[in-house]
Write a new protein. Structure first.
Ligand code: TRP
Length: 340
């Protein structure tokens, strides 16, 4: 029996933060260890280039950094195929054929792309590659015949677009070559969208409100000690609010079952008054360090041998390429353009 295929990817636009970790990375490690799936994880550098064409440096550097984050978080190249999108030319070729099955109007309706266009301020100069990236994403997914694609809820339109392309292709060429994927979305919204240290809805590099897997202990401590709590909780005796208080929000996300009694007691004490922010922050620091300390240590170890990290990426890309190439040849046969 062949195992169901899971594929997911990240745009390499910076180091990964703990929002990525609780939102998806941690879950990928669990899926890997279940051993029930054939797992592919990749760095979507071509997709990242669709809005960074003239400054590729960040993306190039992020390849090594994100690969280190993967390994540090526990992804094991013996169990997961980790690869780089740009090293699989078959993906671009598939994109070419899929483009003929999607109208311009359909691309312009994609709500995630619309939001991004507004945020990025392209004005009238939207790069064609940017508008088309959902089609290239369909190529990423279908090249590996992925059954499941774990992603954030913002990626729903991409999964829907992929499913449409699959149906349209199989129907046009009267062959079930491509597989319709299903998205897997975070169950726990609190973890799916970890807010920033400042209480902002999103943890992001540009807002400078994140904790990174690569952060050292001092940086982690400074960041936790500076977290947004309850601005009206001025004296220790004052009753404090836990809603919107990032320390308690993070405790809810990172606390393990055995911590729940302590967390509940702290919440009660904080709301009653008499529990200071420094104490709650020290406790959160302990909880975070328990999770992040081993990741940081592993990251330091892997970073000592970047040649080995790139070798891992090369091997993963070679393996991925075989699979993509097989699908491409089936696609071309179905279309009848396998001339020789
Ligand atoms: N669009 C995804 C993101 O921004 C990255 C991505 C590219 C992806 N290709 C993919 C995710 C294929 C899942 C499957 O996070």
């Amino acid at each position: 029996m062949t195992k169901p295929i899971i594929l997911t990817g990240d745009r390499p636009t910076g180091k990964l933060h703990i929002g990525h970790y609780v939102g998806s990375l941690r879950n990928r490690v669990l899926l890997q260890n279940e051993g029930k799936y054939d797992l592919f994880v990749f760095l979507a550098d071509q997709q990242a280039l669709t809005d960074h064409a003239k400054d590729p440096q960040t993306i190039i550097e992020s390849i090594g950094n994100v690969a280190l984050d993967y390994l540090a978080a526990g992804l094991d190249p013996e169990k997961v195929t980790i690869f780089i999108q740009s090293q699989i030319p078959e993906l671009a070729e598939l994109t070419m054929y899929y483009m003929n099955l999607v109208s311009l109007a359909r691309l312009e309706r994609n709500p995630t792309v619309k939001t991004e266009i507004a945020q990025k301020g392209f004005g009238q100069s939207i790069p064609t590659g940017f508008l088309v990236y959902p089609i290239s994403q369909a190529a990423d997914i279908t090249a590996f015949k992925a059954n499941y694609v774990p992603v954030g809820t913002d990626q729903k339109p991409m999964i829907e677009q992929t499913r449409e392309i699959v149906r349209s292709f199989n129907n046009a060429y009267q062959k079930d070559v491509l597989v319709e994927p299903e998205g897997i979305y975070p169950e726990n919204e609190a973890a799916g969208r970890l807010p920033g240290l400042d209480g902002n809805a999103k943890m992001s590099k540009s807002l400078n409100n994140g904790i990174y897997l690569a952060d050292d202990m001092d940086t982690l401590k400074k960041k936790v000690m500076g977290m947004y709590t309850d601005p009206n909780h001025i004296r220790v005796e004052d009753p404090g609010k836990i809603e919107g208080n990032m320390v308690f929000h993070y405790l809810d996300v990172f606390g393990r079952p055995e911590d729940q009694a302590e967390i509940a007691a702290m919440k009660e004490h904080y709301q009653r008054g008499g529990l200071g922010d420094v104490k709650t922050k020290r406790y959160l620091l302990e909880i975070l360090e328990r999770e992040l300390g081993p990741i940081r240590e592993r990251r330091i170890e892997f970073a000592k041998d970047m040649v080995q990290v790139y070798d891992m990426l090369r091997k993963g890309s070679e393996k991925a390429r075989q699979k993509a190439s097989q699908t491409l040849s089936e696609v071309k046969s179905a279309m009848g353009i396998n001339y020789f």
